[in-house]
Design a protein around this ligand. Structure first.
Ligand code: PLP
Length: 405
């Protein structure tokens, strides 16, 4: 680009520009998107897609939801940022709201991402005076060094060793392994209520309750990482509420800001008092614009019956995809609108591609698992359109496989 010429902006051209200037940590993204509305997005050439990726379980209310647009515009036009040297009311209101939804007294620390929400939990853990931590193999807690130490995925961790230390990883869903690993020297146990990035893996019933009992007995903090499962994604405000489990620390991010970057670390009981002046912080923590957007997300979920929609749409997707019409599908697991479609073989990338060619965006979260995380507001009609197209994509991949065999 030079001399005021408009830069090229078609799909291929935008992708080439991306490759020229962006670091390659993500690999080249599959498609440039230029516009979104509700569950629909458009690429740089005007092609329309139904978005069942949702910015990786972020766009709780879909794209450009009027309540979010209004809240953040009004806040940006009145008070955009104050730093933590001053109080902004939306920040306080969001903390009050989150504690209200948890139904417990506690305290909140705001950050700008999921990894940072976990990082704060990590530091809270260290402030107990203990250093040992337990997390689950396959678990995902983020990419900063503390969060990465808790993440149970060696491929992501190995290039960065040594990581902040003394973390034991145990098989997910195994109560006996928790009992053996968590001791009176364990600062915290961190678990996802269901493992999202690891392929939407649901633990056996009673696992979280056992984790609560084991940590209570050793004086260990139970940290539930609800960054992916929280804020209505599973049909409950927090996934652990379905099990009646109350953690000492809960981390949130993804869906909370409705597309704006925010993380929150909620702490209850003695854990709420461990961060004292000077022990932690971030310039943007509690930024009023993102807090106003998050309040609009929570208000809209509450006012418009979104949790009921999540349960209904999730049931419909699950029922249809597990039915006899889809021999390529082995099972559908997950909760609410966080679903893993488990395929009979390592076909997820092919299904993702075939779906995209039919105007459906989904995410191959593992070699044999396609993750569905549409907006929590997805309509019945959109679910049916998705099922038609996704069914055709599954049939195409099955047919390809048969021809190749
Ligand atoms: C996405 C995710 C994170 C990391 O969040 P970032 O915003 O990407 O840093 C942590 N924990 C869980 C469970 C997640 O799904």
């Amino acid at each position: 680009m030079s001399g005021g010429e408009a830069p090229e902006a078609g799909n291929a051209a935008l992708t080439r520009r991306w490759q020229d200037v962006m670091m390659d940590n993500f690999g080249t993204p599959r498609l440039p998107l230029v516009r979104g509305r509700g569950t629909r997005v458009w690429d740089a050439e005007g092609n329309e897609y139904l978005d069942f990726v949702g910015g990786i379980a972020v766009n709780a209310l879909g794209h450009a939801h009027p309540a979010v647009v209004r809240a953040l515009s009004e806040q940006a036009a009145s008070l955009g940022h104050v730093s933590n040297l001053f109080v902004a009311e939306p920040t306080v209101r969001l903390a009050e709201r989150l504690l209200g939804l948890a139904g417990r007294r506690g305290r909140v620390y705001f950050s700008n991402s999921g990894a940072e929400a976990v990082e704060a939990a990590f530091k809270i853990g260290r402030l107990t005076g203990r250093t040992h931590m337990v997390a689950a193999a396959g678990g995902f807690h983020g990419r900063t060094m503390g969060a990465l130490a808790l993440t149970g995925q060696p491929a992501k961790q190995d290039p960065f060793r040594p990581l902040p230390g003394d973390v034991s990883h145990v098989p997910y869903g195994d109560v006996g392994a928790l009992r053996a690993a968590v001791t009176a020297r364990t600062a915290l146990l961190v678990l996802e209520p269901l493992q999202g990035e690891n392929g939407v893996i649901v633990p056996p019933p009673g696992y979280l309750r056992a984790a609560r009992e084991i940590t209570a007995a050793t004086g260990t903090l139970l940290v539930l990482d609800e960054i992916q499962t929280g804020v209505g994604r599973t049909g409950h405000w927090f996934a652990a509420q379905a099990e009646g489990v109350e953690a000492d620390v809960v981390t949130l991010a993804k869906g909370l800001g409705g597309g704006l970057p925010i993380g929150a670390t909620l702490a209850f009981g003695p854990a709420a008092g461990l961060l004292t002046p000077g022990t932690h912080g971030s310039t943007f923590s509690g930024n009023p614009v993102v807090c106003a957007a998050a309040l609009a997300v929570l208000d809209t979920i509450e006012r418009t019956g979104v949790l009921g929609n999540v349960r209904r749409a999730g049931r419909r997707l699950r029922h249809a995809l597990e039915g006899p019409d889809h021999p390529l599908v082995r099972e559908v697991r997950g909760a609410g609108l966080l679903l893993g479609v488990v395929l009979d073989g390592t076909h997820a990338a092919r299904v993702q591609r075939a779906a995209q060619e039919r105007g459906l965006l989904v995410n191959a979260v593992a070699a044999d698992v396609v993750r569905l995380a549409p907006p929590l507001t997805v309509s019945d009609r959109e679910v049916e359109v998705f099922l038609d197209g996704f069914g055709a994509a599954l049939a195409e991949v099955l047919e390809e496989g048969r021809r190749a065999a």
